[in-house]
Design a protein around this ligand. Structure first.
Ligand SMILES: Cc1cc2nc3c(=O)[nH]c(=O)nc-3n(C[C@H](O)[C@H](O)[C@H](O)COP(=O)(O)OP(=O)(O)OC[C@H]3O[C@@H](n4cnc5c(N)ncnc54)[C@H](O)[C@@H]3O)c2cc1C
Length: 443
C-alpha cells in the first residue's frame, strides 16, 4: 500500500498563531523530529503540502538497514533501528517491525571483496554482520539454489511497513500535543532582525523561532527561493508488491538484479537495482560536476532519461512571492508512474532467481522520487545564512531506516543539545567550501 489517495485528508489541525518549532514536510524525517520534540515538551507544527507519508516515506521498500552504511551514518543507523524496535513496542499500532536480517548476494569475487572491506566498520560497532559462503546463502533461501559466490549478511537488520509506520508515529505526535496539518504548503520563511521569525504558509503565517525543512525531493526548490543552491537531484524508482506467497526468505535481500523484502501481509516488495532513472533537467546541468563521481560509481544502477515534462524541468520556477501559489501547492503528492520496463525486468529476474515466487503475481506497482545528494549522505545542519532554520534532507534512498535516528539528531540540534554523533560529514557547507564530492565506503 502507498498513500496515493490525494483526496483523503487525515490530519487537519488548526493553524496556530505561534509555536516553538515548525517542521516542513510530514515524511519520516519531519515526523520523527516532531516526535522527539513533542516528547520533550516543545510545541510543534508539522505542515505538509500533501499527505503524511504521501511521498517517499510510504513508497519505499521498508528496509531498515545498518549493513553497508557510510561509516559516518552507521552510529545513527544503529540508534535508529533500536528506536524502531522500541517504537514497535510502545506505539499503540502495529508497524510491522521485525529483525529478520538483510542479505546482499555477491555475483563475483570482486564484489565479495568489496563487501569484506566493509566488515571493519561493522566490527567497530559490534554489529553481527558476517560473510556467507554460497552454501550458507542457500540454506537461508527456501528455493532453487542461487547462483552466487557468497554474500554479506546482518541478521539484526530489520524491516517495517512504511505505510503503517509513519502515519502511526504521526498519530503519536498528536497524542503528545503536536499539531499536523496536511494540504498546507510552507511558501517561505519570515525573517526579522536577521533570524527566523515565522513561516508563511498557504493558510496564513505562523510565528516561530525555529524551522526544520524536511521536505525530501522538494528541498532544493525551497532553498532556491532562499537563494541557496542545494545540489540535490531526484531519481525515479519503481516498486511492486506480490500477492501473499510462499515464504522463501523472511528478511530483505539484494539478489543482484532484483531485490525482495518479505511483507507483513505475506507478499514480497520487489524492486530492481538497475532501473532507477534520472530525468535530465536544468538541475542536472547546474549540479553536473558535483554529481560526476556518484554517477560514475552508480552508472549500472541509474539511467539518464529525456522525456516527461521537459519544459517544467528545464525552466523550473525557482522564485516566488509569499502571496503567490507556489509549485508545492501545484503538486500536492508527487506520484510518478511506475516504469513498465522496470516492472517487466523485475518480473523476469524474480522468476529466474526464485521460481517459487513465479506464481505470485504483482498486486500493485508504484514509483517514488528519491532525493539524492552528490556524496550519497544527507544534510543535517543549521543554515548559517538563516539562523533558526535547519535542513534535514537528501537521505539518498535510505532515509526510512535511519529516520528515527535522524529525527533525534535534528531535535537535539533545534533544542541546542550536543549530538551524540559526529555530524561533520552532514554539514551544508561541504557543497560550497571546495570539499570533493565522493560517495563514502558504504555498500
Ligand atoms: C522507491 C523507494 C524505495 C526506497 N527504499 C528505502 C528503504 O528500503 N529503506 C530506506 O531506509 N529508505 C528507502 N528509501 C528512501 C526513503 O524512503 C527516503 O529517504 C525517506 O522516506 C525520506 O524521508 P523524508 O521525510 O526526507 O522525505 P519524504 O518522505 O519525501 O517527505 C517529504 C514531505 O515534504 C512535503 N513537502 C515538500 N515541500 C513542502 C513544502 N514547501 N511545504 C510543506 N510540505 C512540503 C512533501 O509533500 C512530502 O510529504 C526509498 C525511497 C524510494 C522512493
Amino acid at each position: 500500500m502507498i498513500y496515493n489517495d490525494a483526496s483523503a485528508i487525515n490530519f487537519q489541525d488548526p493553524l496556530p498563531s505561534a509555536v516553538d518549532v515548525v517542521i516542513i514536510g510530514a515524511g519520516i524525517i519531519g515526523i520523527s523530529t516532531a516526535w522527539y520534540l513533542s516528547n520533550n515538551g516543545i510545541s510543534v507544527l508539522v505542515c505538509d503540502k500533501g499527505r503524511v507519508a504521501g511521498e517517499q516515506s510510504s513508497r519505499n521498500w521498508g528496509w531498515i538497514r545498518q549493513q553497508g552504511r557510510d561509516p559516518a551514518e552507521l552510529p545513527i543507523a544503529i540508534d535508529s533501528i533500536n528506536t524502531w524496535q522500541s517504537l514497535s513496542l510502545d506505539l499503540d499500532e502495529d508497524i510491522g517491525f521485525t529483525r529478520q536480517g538483510v542479505l546482499f548476494l555477491a555475483a563475483n569475487e570482486s564484489q565479495l571483496a568489496q563487501y569484506e572491506n566493509w566488515l571493519g566498520h561493522a566490527a567497530q560497532h559490534q554489529l553481527d554482520t558476517r560473510m556467507l559462503t554460497r552454501n550458507e546463502v542457500n540454506t537461508l533461501f527456501k528455493d532453487k539454489p542461487l547462483d552466487c559466490v557468497g554474500g554479506i549478511y546482518t541478521p539484526s537488520d530489520g524491516r517495517a511497513e512504511p505505510f503503517k509506520a509513519v502515519p502511526a508515529l504521526a498519530r503519536t505526535v498528536r497524542k503528545q500535543g503536536g499539531l499536523i496539518r496536511e494540504n498546507c504548503a510552507v511558501r517561505s520563511l519570515d525573517m526579522q532582525g536577521g533570524k527566523v521569525y515565522g513561516v508563511v504558509t498557504e493558510s496564513g503565517t505562523v510565528r516561530t523561532s525555529s524551522v526544520v525543512c524536511a521536505s525530501g525531493a522538494w528541498a532544493s526548490l525551497f532553498m532556491a527561493n532562499l537563494g541557496i543552491n542545494l545540489p540535490q537531484l531526484t531519481v525515479r524508482a519503481t516498486v511492486a508488491r506480490t500477492v501473499p506467497a510462499e515464504n522463501v526468505f523472511d528478511g530483505a535481500a539484494s539478489l543482484g538484479e532484483v531485490t525482495i523484502r518479505r511483507r507483513q501481509d505475506g507478499g514480497y516488495t520487489v524492486a530492481s537495482s538497475g532501473t532507477n532513472e534520472h530525468y535530465i533537467g536544468a538541475d542536472s546541468f547546474r549540479h553536473m560536476m558535483k554529481f560526476m563521481p556518484a554517477l560514475k560509481a552508480s552508472s549500472r544502477f541509474i539511467k539518464l532519461r529525456l522525456g516527461g515534462d521537459v519544459v517544467t524541468r528545464l525552466l523550473p520556477t525557482r522564485h516566488w512571492q509569499d502571496d503567490e501559489v507556489t509549485p508545492f501547492e501545484k503538486t500536492r503528492v508527487l506520484n510518478p508512474a511506475p516504469s513498465k520496463t522496470a516492472l517487466a525486468r523485475m518480473r523476469k529476474d524474480l522468476d529466474k532467481r526464485l521460481p517459487k515466487l513465479a506464481s505470485a503475481p504483482f498486486a500493485q506497482a508504484w514509483a517514488g522520487m528519491i532525493d539524492v545528494m552528490p556524496d550519497v549522505v544527507p544534510v543535517m545542519d543549521e543554515v548559517a545564512e538563516y539562523p533558526g532554520f535547519y535542513l534535514a534532507t537528501g537521505f539518498s534512498g535510505h532515509g526510512f531506516g535511519i529516520g528515527p535516528g535522524a529525527g533525534r539528531v535534528m531535535a537535539d540540534m533545534v533544542m541546542g543539545k550536543p549530538s551524540a554523533h559526529d555530524l561533520y560529514r552532514f554539514r551544508l557547507s561541504r557543497f560550497f567550501d571546495g570539499t570533493k564530492m565522493r560517495p563514502g565506503p558504504g555498500l
